[in-house]
Design a protein. Structure first.
Length: 63
């Protein structure tokens, strides 16, 4: 179970890194979910559950 949780966190960290590197680009849900290797629906739910805010909310704070 611990390994699965670490795997989830690694995927989310890849997304955060991608967002930070591409703040001037179009960061749509399809692109970010492909970075995490999840469907866009699963990715959106997991991102919100992990960080307590939506992907869009996170991007707004990062800009």
């Amino acid at each position: 179970m611990k390994a699965a949780l670490q795997h989830y966190h690694a995927r989310m960290q890849r997304v955060l890194d991608h967002i930070d590197r591409h703040l001037d680009d179009d960061l749509d849900l399809d692109t970010l979910s492909s970075v995490a290797a999840y469907s866009k629906y699963h990715f959106h739910r997991q991102f919100t559950a992990t960080f307590g805010l939506s992907v869009h909310g996170y991007i707004q704070l990062a800009v």
